[in-house]
Design a protein around this ligand. Structure first.
Ligand SMILES: [Ca+2]
Ligand SMILES: [Ca+2]
Length: 104
């Protein structure tokens, strides 16, 4: 194996973990793009690399937690009522923190 091929192979291997992470919901980002309050919450908790943007991987994890919070009866679905109640919980619990993070 040439040095170049070895380097290339090492790089591919380094990228492998991200490729192996399976997105639960590749469109999770849309949930946060629709709602600035949820976006602020997701950024505060899940912006892992602190670049100020939610990647699809970060959004996927945030959406997973949102669903856990929202799905009160654990039937696997989030009804509009469950969504509203989770939204209220997050804004009440995280609103101040999010507001202070923004003014910093
Ligand atoms: Ca990010
Ligand atoms: Ca439910």
């Amino acid at each position: 194996m040439s040095v170049l091929a070895a380097l290339l192979f090492a790089q591919l291997a380094a990228f492998a973990p991200a490729d192996e992470y399976k997105l639960v919901n590749p469109r999770a980002i849309e949930l946060f793009e629709r709602d600035q309050r949820l976006m602020q919450w997701a950024l505060a908790k899940y912006d892992g690399n602190r670049d100020g943007y939610l990647s699809i991987f970060e959004a996927d994890k945030a959406a997973g937690e949102f669903k856990q919070i929202a799905d009160g009866d654990r039937d696997g679905h989030v009804t509009p009522a469950e969504y509203r109640s989770a939204w209220g919980f997050i804004v009440a619990r995280w609103g101040d923190q999010v507001a202070s993070a923004r003014s910093r």
